[in-house]
Design a protein around this ligand. Structure first.
Ligand code: FAD
Length: 365
């Protein structure tokens, strides 16, 4: 058990931090206000190998581990949770599902361009009537000759408007219930497949969250992902790792909010001294720092188990605990960050209000 990152892992952390400070920080509020998707940043992250962090080089990936992956999501989210969630949904949901369940052909055809950052991915499970109860999926797929024909609509798909490759779940055998839902790979431009309403959100506004619609959408038979009927069961395994992503997103945003509050407390003077000299403010900052560290440790533990999946380690429980705790810590920390800023925490000239809006996704998604 080693609580230090290795030198190479620290180097990745440093380079992603530098990238986020230089390429993301200056634009954060502008993108947030305009709900502007950060296309250029995503392309650059692709060139850095960060759109396929954990996948082997033969499938276009960087061949790194889950510890490196959570470090990347954490550092991006420390500056902008919107970039963090875009990269997380692409890596751990869309590409992660193809890596876990895809055939060799599917991995070379679809995973490789995703992992190289040439294409953007999305993953569609949620429907208007099937949220927490995702097994209640209503979108259908029926086999007609050499094609599956999909009909229905998905909601709240991260990257839904811009994705080149979508992995979506649809019912293929209603009688078999949770063993009657299959996963499909759908390419942008497939007739009958198009994005629907782009949501106008409370937070993470530069990320894209959209409906995805299927109207008599013909998908080649070979684009069924995994065993027919096992798409929902595979989705639960994908979500095991997806929760580690959300935990890293939460830790990153909490860290960003904490640093903003600490810097503000040192420079804001009231009653003739910096407010950081008042013990009531110090108590808040100490609790925030301690809780973030605890959330980070849970997240790194889950990531370390994910790295040892080939030794039979499972992450279902540990990933869920990390996500639960880190999400709630992020909400508490962002709340205190606004409080420490006083009235300026309510004003868009300071970063606290944006963290406060963005972190709420972590206790919902
Ligand atoms: C920004 C954003 C991005 C997202 N990205 C994606 C994505 O990329 N792909 C995707 O498929 N989905 C995505 N989602 C969907 C997300 O996973 C769902 O919002 C989430 O699963 C909750 O479903 P719901 O919104 O329908 O809420 P509901 O399931 O309707 O829940 C409403 C409330 O009821 C509670 N509740 C539900 N069931 C129970 C129960 N059994 N006992 C007690 N309380 C319960 C919930 O905790 C919640 O408080 C995204 C959502 C958002 C907001």
């Amino acid at each position: 058990m080693d609580f230090q990152l290795a030198e190479e892992q620290n180097e990745i952390k440093r380079s992603v931090r530098e990238f986020a400070e230089n390429e993301i920080r200056p634009h954060v509020m502008e993108w947030d206000e305009r709900q502007q998707f950060p296309h250029e940043v995503i392309s650059k992250l692709g060139l850095m190998g960060l759109m396929g962090v954990v996948f082997p080089a033969e499938y276009g990936g960087a061949g790194l581990g889950y510890i490196e992956y959570v470090t990347v999501i954490e550092e991006l989210s420390r500056v902008d949770g919107s970039v963090g969630i875009v990269v997380a949904a692409h890596n751990s949901l869309c590409a992660g599902h193809i890596f876990a369940a895809g055939t060799e052909d599917q991995k070379h055809k679809y995973l490789a361009p995703l992992a190289r950052g040439e294409k953007l991915g999305c993953w569609s499970l949620t429907e208007p009537h099937a949220g927490s109860d995702a097994g209640g999926t209503r979108t259908t797929a029926r086999l007609e000759g050499d094609h599956w024909v999909l009909n229905g609509a998905k909601t709240f798909t991260t990257n839904g408007t811009y994705a080149d490759i979508c992995v979506a779940m649809a019912v293929t055998d209603r009688a078999s219930r949770k063993h009657g839902i299959s996963a499909f790979i759908i390419e942008k431009g497939t007739p009958g497949f198009h994005p629907g309403k782009k949501e106008n959100k409370l937070g993470l506004r530069a990320s894209d969250t959209a409906e995805v619609v299927f109207q008599d959408c013909h998908v080649p038979r070979e684009n069924c992902l995994g065993q027919p009927g096992e798409g929902f069961v595979d989705s639960l395994k994908v979500l095991d790792k997806g929760r580690i992503s959300i935990a890293a997103l939460a830790v990153g945003m909490a860290q960003g909010a904490y640093e903003a509050a600490l810097a503000y407390a040192k420079q804001r003077r009231q009653f003739g001294r910096p407010i950081a000299e008042f013990q009531a403010i110090q108590f808040k900052l100490a609790d925030m720092a301690t809780e973030i560290d605890a959330a980070r440790l849970l997240t790194y533990r889950a990531a370390s188990l994910a790295d040892r999946a080939d030794q039979g380690c499972r992450v279902t429980r540990e990933g869920a605990m990390a996500k639960l705790f880190a999400g709630e810590v992020a909400v508490r920390v962002a709340n205190e960050a606004v409080q420490i800023h006083g009235g300026y925490g309510f004003i868009k000239d300071y970063p606290a209000e944006k963290y406060y809006r963005d972190v709420k996704l972590c206790t919902i998604g």
